[in-house]
Design a protein around this ligand. Structure first.
Ligand code: MLT
Length: 324
């Protein structure tokens, strides 16, 4: 009798999940952004979820949960109910660099998520306060050599994009600046514009408007080609630091165990958002790079995560990045 009851319960459970998934989404969705409002992760999240909400017919509410280089927010999202009502905006830091820097990380980017798709590629730009006493990368490097730890580098916490790409940059130029952690590079950019912190390596979608406005300096962009929105900013290769080639990415994830047809609905909404002219315009005018067809798929994103974790672990260990 007990076995029949258990079997019926299991079927009922599947049916309920099926029914839930069929009616999904029946209420607003929360997207956890693991950094402070106003930074690159937050900006990309708000741009792509605007159109996603319309396709899904439910509001996607952004919840900023900052701390520990983004791993606080991602840990909370990973442990949420896998029902499609909690999703997250992760990136090359939280789902690539973090395992190398947090031995006790409470999630495994290669196993603990349902990948939805990439939202944007985000080239890295070397930026400094307007008062920085250098006007090109060579002058900047000379100053760094002469002033060492008197120079302050801003970042968004150990394992964040700005931290991991900053560690890589510092190891290549053999600099040991004083590192200043923020809850996101939105607040860090405010201090850069206030001339109270010296430089950072940040995602173009955050710094492009302030570079264009002349409020901060940009010494180089770490991609093979210049950005169409920053035509006067040389590549690191052009500026004599070709070894520093790095780009980041932001992507949507759900907790592991999210039903397949919920994943499909979320992916469909993301892809439609990335095909929407207004979404494309907003991402491109900030220097964002639209994901390829492969990167927009759950499998393509999962493959990228697996390769990024494998790539960043030796790089950061070689760069002497300290764990938590
Ligand atoms: C980072 O990893 O540096 C974050 O993307 C910064 C942010 O989004 O605030």
């Amino acid at each position: 009798m007990k076995k029949i009851a258990l079997a019926l319960a299991a079927v009922a459970g599947l049916a309920a999940t099926g029914a839930q998934a069929q009616n999904y989404p029946a209420r607003p969705i929360t997207m956890i952004v693991p950094f402070a409002a106003g930074g690159p992760t937050d900006v990309v999240a708000r741009i792509v979820t605007d159109h996603m909400s319309r396709t899904l017919g439910q509001q996607i509410v952004i919840e900023n949960v900052a701390g520990a280089g983004g791993t606080t927010g991602i840990t909370r999202a990973a442990q949420a109910q896998p029902d499609g009502y909690t999703i997250m905006m992760g990136h090359m830091g939280t789902h690539g660099a973090a395992p190398a820097l947090y031995p006790n990380l409470k999630y495994d980017p290669t196993k603990d998520f349902a990948a939805i798709g990439m939202a944007a590629g985000t080239p890295i730009v070397i930026v400094a306060k307007k008062d920085f006493p250098a006007n090109d990368l060579k002058g900047f490097l000379d100053y760094m050599k002469a002033n060492g730890e008197k120079v302050n580098m801003a970042h968004a916490g150990v394992g964040s994009v700005s931290h991991s790409t900053g560690i890589l940059f510092n190891s290549i130029i053999k600099a040991k600046p004083t590192m200043v952690a923020y809850r996101g590079t939105g607040p860090a950019l405010n201090d850069l514009m206030a001339n109270t912190v010296d430089y950072m390596t940040d995602q173009i979608v955050n710094v492009a408007p302030q570079i264009q406005g002349g409020n901060i300096k940009a010494f180089a962009i770490a991609t093979p080609e210049r950005s169409p929105v920053l035509p006067n900013v040389p590549t690191t290769k052009e500026a004599g630091l070709g070894d520093y080639q790095v780009s980041a990415w932001n992507a949507v994830f759900a907790p592991k165990g999210t039903p397949a047809d919920v994943v499909k609905k979320l992916n469909d909404a993301l892809v439609k958002s990335l095909d929407d002219e207004n979404t494309k315009k907003r991402l491109l005018e900030l220097g964002g790079v639209l994901p390829s067809a492969e990167e927009r798929t759950p499998d393509g994103l999962q493959k990228l995560v697996n390769s990024e974790v494998a790539r960043w672990t030796p790089v950061l260990k070689a760069a002497g990045a300290t764990a938590e």
